[in-house]
Write a protein that binds this ligand. Structure first.
Ligand code: ZN
Length: 411
């Protein structure tokens, strides 16, 4: 198991451990060595199975699941204001401090891994460095750097987030710039956005098929993946045709393109929280410009119906919230699993899969994340009650461990 001279192991003892594939809990001890699960089994941490100096953590009474993965966040975006333009001129120093706080709140909520699909002047890269060095708390971070976009007035809303590139050659160069900065994926705008300037149409096509292909070529040649922001149907079709790995939002999809996504294994990242949590935050709604509020109201139900249909047609869904949009506060991420289960037709087991195995597969981290198995990172959340009976339990974590380090214990 581990050599006698190895550092002491840490054990989570006596909890109910979730098997993501089986959808069942079983009584097991989790033995953690160097941040990974080394031993897993009923009674594995009994006197015979451990060393004298091992550290024992009592997990009895807790329902233990893999740490959750959010595949669509913007750690640098402030969530209090309803008007994105109001946040356009913040200093990089202020944004860095904000993002560090957002990272801490996200981890505290049991989100042990995030994919940031649009940062701000690469300050999120510095936040990741500090997290990885152990200087500040935060989740594992997979980063896109700036998102790639055509020339659009919305770039003035988010000047630190948009990397404007027109034409396939410019897209290749822009993708290479993100990779040089340390990006793990490339984010492309295949269509207009909802939270955009008044003159931008969310139903407009932005990057052409040729431009999308250029982004996919550079990303895949570098063993990275591509996330495509898509509302309009033809933008979704172009992105799937170009070979992207995930469709973000997917608002105006039809059955034909959803079937193509299911057949090709293209992940759908729903971001239902962007609408759901906005309308729970009166201050954000009150400060939102009328053209944005109208769009959010008009398209919320359409979006929900498409996600429900996608699930029926077997499209792999990976959890993503768009945390960072107005009212969509960092740390409320698990609400997405609740909405998926209560409003989009997923069972609690299926909803948990979106934030664990499905998300890990999209991140190309299935060997390391998304399940409580021997060899995987010991990213664990503990709940006081069974989330299969009440999915809202995911929003009330009692214990959070990342790489075996307990960063929250409310007991
Ligand atoms: Zn987003």
């Amino acid at each position: 198991m581990s050599p006698a001279y190895a550092a002491a192991m840490r054990w989570l003892m006596g909890g109910q451990v979730y098997d993501v594939d089986a959808g069942t809990f079983w009584a097991a001890d989790i033995g953690i060595d160097h941040g990974r699960i080394a031993v897993l089994g009923a009674g594995a941490g009994s006197n015979a199975g451990r060393a004298l100096d091992d550290e024992m953590i009592d997990a009895s009474g807790l329902w233990l699941l893999p740490g959750l993965i959010d595949c669509h966040v913007h750690l640098t975006l402030p969530t209090d204001a309803g008007d994105p333009a109001a946040a356009a001129n913040r200093s990089d120093a202020a944004i860095t401090l904000y993002a560090a706080g957002a990272a801490a709140r996200t981890l505290q909520a049991g989100i042990t891994t995030v994919r940031d699909v649009g940062g701000w002047n690469y300050v999120e890269m510095a936040v990741r460095e500090a997290v990885n060095a152990g200087s500040i708390p935060g989740p594992r971070m997979f980063l896109a750097g700036r998102l790639l976009s055509i020339t659009t007035s919305t770039a003035e809303y988010y000047p630190g987030m948009y990397e404007v590139a027109d034409g396939a050659d410019a897209v290749r160069a822009a993708a290479r710039r993100q990779l040089a900065k340390g990006a793990d994926l490339i984010k492309v705008m295949a269509t207009g956005a909802m939270l955009s300037s008044e003159t931008e149409d969310s139903r407009a096509i932005q990057f052409t098929l040729e431009e999308l292909r250029a982004a996919v070529e550079i990303a895949h040649d570098n063993h990275k993946h591509v996330a495509a922001h898509c509302h309009a149907l033809r933008g979704i079709e172009n992105a799937v045709e170009a070979g992207v790995d995930s469709i973000e939002h997917c608002t105006f999809a039809d059955d034909a393109v959803l079937r193509r996504m299911a057949a090709a294994g293209v992940a759908l990242v729903p971001t239902l929280c962007a609408g759901e949590l906005l309308f729970r935050d009166d201050a954000a709604v009150a400060s939102m410009p009328p053209h944005l509020l109208a769009r959010m109201q008009e398209f919320n139900d359409v979006h929900l119906a498409v996600i429900r249909r996608a699930h029926e047609l077997g499209v792999p869904i990976a959890m993503g919230t768009d945390a960072g949009t107005p009212g969509n506060h960092h740390g409320l991420n698990a609400e997405e699993c609740v909405v998926l289960s209560q409003q989009a037709g997923l069972s609690p087991q299926e909803s948990i899969r979106t934030a664990t195995v499905n998300a890990a597969r999209l991140l190309r981290q299935a060997d390391h994340l998304g399940a409580l198995d021997v060899g995987k990172h010991a990213d664990v959340i503990g709940l006081r009650a069974n989330p299969l009976d009440d999915i809202t339990e995911l929003t009330r974590v009692a214990l959070v461990a990342k790489a075996g380090d307990v960063v929250r214990d409310d007991r």
